[in-house]
Design a protein around this ligand. Structure first.
Ligand code: PEP
Ligand code: MG
Length: 600
């Protein structure tokens, strides 16, 4: 994780270009670039009914607006490119923006939709091809100029078609083995479909340090650099590259020296993995005997083997969203039951905390879009997401509760509620929970006498500040520092442009973590941290010092966190946390954290 502002690309040795972005997933990748920002090749021809014409035209207008926004954003970022590149690209992007406005291409495509009853993408393709052919047929000696103009029209057509036909897995399934995947943006649903055995690394223009895409890439162990400005303009398919996910760097056309350094780095990672694997069976215990619980976060079932390898003591956060992603219809109670059962059984008696669906913000799910007024408000992150959506659509919550309750006879589970802001949300959810349990019992299901604990995520400033009241309704707390930092600092966790402001070490965030932790500890209630902070070994002394004894993180972070814990003394940590909490300057706090030693 880094909070640095993006740096302009710099020239290394001749031919080499070094780009800097946000370091989101450690590891080194060496391989050819596979740029998925390129257009899809084929557009199936689509004809529509007369009464669908208006809807197709609206789709076209929306796609043009989206594409215009993308190009405008790309243009604002040109300033970080070398001057010659800026001079070349700026007029081109201006032309694109014009063509995405009230241009002949859009007017023509709109007309074709109505005249020939064509789907929007088919109309765009036909119109772009016709305009390109007319340009190329013009009598002009400047052949190169004509070809360039025709290519521009086709490129705009392709951009529109890509937006119109977007499906999450469309462009990612053909990535060749060993390639570094480059894209404008990768959604969490795209990331869920990436195969870590095939993809060497991921680099994107967009994205922040603790967005769900970043979390997913870390969980899959794919080296990644997000928010890498200038990448789309500088990288082309087939370019050789080195990606360093710990330093947040992508080197295009690396020199022999850069390649040799990358190979050394890869060997270093392999040695470290061997060393850390020896910690697997050792307890997470401080030098003075305080035992700490280290659990894993799970985004997709493919991570289960990594969780076993890491020696996690259960799953502290099962993000159930994976069940709802990349599908057109909702999973029913039985499908959910099967999925939870295989995870609970794989954990063989270790506890699994299942978080009910946390949909919203960047986690867009097709299956839920129908009939739900989601993402349409002026500010989706502040709208109907998490528990708010579930209480509005109680049938979703009931099905999920039923599946989880049935699984609770197969192993220890806990149930967790996302995006809580008021005690009454926990109360209402509990009423539904108990009603579902009564119904299942009537149906003859043998549920445990005591229902699994029902806990609240503390991930909004409102919940943290009302933690004492929420603690009276909840059975446990899990502090979600990712959203807590986002909402406290008003900084989108997945937005590259403001990533430098996203800082969980901001005193405002730390004070909320402290307040919520103390509210739980006063009632002797279990409290854990399951945001990305928990997986950062540097932050362990501070969190231990604040009273946290349970951490849940991506599985690959567990060995390093365990190593850190085994070198710490709780009294030192408590003294250190007191010192940190006296500070009001985030820069000073980071200095203290970076410089922490037993005598700090
Ligand atoms: C969090 O917000 O810190 C959290 C753990 O939940 P998610 O990252 O899934 O939003
Ligand atoms: Mg969250």
């Amino acid at each position: 994780m880094t909070t640095a502002k993006p740096k302009p690309p710099r020239r290394g040795p001749p031919g080499e270009t070094v780009l800097t972005g946000i370091a989101v997933s450690p590891g080194i990748a060496i391989g050819p670039i596979y740029d998925t920002s390129e257009a899809a090749a084929e557009v199936p021809r689509r004809v529509v009914a007369v009464d669908a014409v208006e809807a197709e035209r609206e789709k076209l207008a929306a796609a043009a607006a989206t594409a215009r926004k993308q190009v405008t954003k790309l243009k604002t970022r040109l300033t970080i490119l070398p001057e010659e590149a800026q001079e070349e690209l700026a007029p081109l992007l201006d032309a694109y923006i014009l063509m995405l406005g009230n241009s002949r291409l859009l007017r023509g495509a709109r007309k074709r939709i109505g005249d020939a009853l064509l789907g929007a993408e088919t109309a765009v393709l036909d119109e772009a091809e016709e305009i390109a052919a007319l340009i190329l047929a013009a009598k002009d000696d400047d052949r190169a100029g004509l070809m360039r103009r025709a290519a521009e029209v086709r490129e705009i057509g392709r951009r529109l078609i890509r937006t119109l036909t977007a499906t999450p897995f469309r462009s990612l399934k053909d990535v060749p083995a060993g390639a570094i995947l480059v894209a404008d943006e990768i959604t969490p649903a795209d990331a869920a479909l990436l195969d870590p055995a095939r993809i060497a690394g991921v680099a994107t223009e967009e994205g922040g340090a603790d967005g769900h895409t970043a979390i997913m890439l870390r969980a899959l162990g794919i080296p990644a650099v997000l928010g890498c400005h200038g990448l789309a303009a500088a990288a082309a398919r087939g370019d050789s590259a080195v990606l360093d996910g710990a330093r947040g760097r992508v080197i295009l056309h690396p020199s022999d020296t850069a390649l040799a350094a990358a190979r050394d780095g890869l060997a270093g990672y392999a040695r470290e993995r061997t060393k850390l694997s020896k910690l697997r069976r050792l307890p997470a215990e401080t030098t003075d005997g305080e035992v700490v619980e280290l659990q894993a976060n799970l985004e997709i079932p493919a991570e289960l083997p990594l969780i076993a390898q890491a020696g996690a003591q259960g799953i502290g956060l099962l993000r159930s969203e994976f069940l709802f992603m990349n599908r057109a219809s909702l999973p029913d109670e039985n499908a959910q039951f099967d999925a939870y059962r295989s995870i609970v059984e794989a954990m063989a008696g270790d506890s699994v905390t299942i978080r009910v669906l946390d949909w919203g913000g960047e986690k867009d799910m097709e299956a839920l879009s129908a009939g739900v007024p989601m993402g349409s408000g002026p500010n989706p992150a502040l709208g109907l997401r998490g528990i708010r959506l579930l209480l509005k659509r109680p049938e979703l919550l009931e099905e999920q509760f039923a599946a989880i309750l049935r699984v609770s006879t197969r192993g220890p589970v806990r149930v967790m509620l996302p995006m809580i802001t008021t005690p009454s949300e926990v109360k209402q959810a509990r009423e539904i929970y108990e009603r579902v349990a009564r119904r299942l019992r009537r149906r003859g299901e043998a549920l445990p006498d005591r229902l699994p604990p029902l806990g609240a995520m503390i991930e909004t400033p409102g919940a943290a500040l009302a933690a004492d009241a929420i603690a009276l309704e909840a059975d446990f707390f899990a502090i979600g520092t990712n959203d807590l930092a986002m909402y406290t600092l008003a900084v989108d966790r997945a937005e590259a442009d403001v990533a430098y402001l996203y800082d969980p070490l901001h005193p405002a965030v730390l004070r909320l973590v402290q307040f919520a932790t103390e509210a739980a500890l006063r009632l002797r209630m279990q409290v854990s941290v399951c945001g990305e902070m928990a997986g950062n070994p540097k932050l362990v002394p501070l969190l231990l010092g604040l009273g946290i004894r349970s951490f849940s993180m991506n599985a690959s972070a567990i060995p390093r966190v365990k190593q850190a814990i085994r070198a710490l003394d709780i009294d030192d940590c408590a003294r250190f946390a007191r010192r940190v909490m006296e500070q009001s300057d985030p820069v000073r706090i980071r200095e203290l954290v970076d410089g922490f030693g037993p005598t700090s």
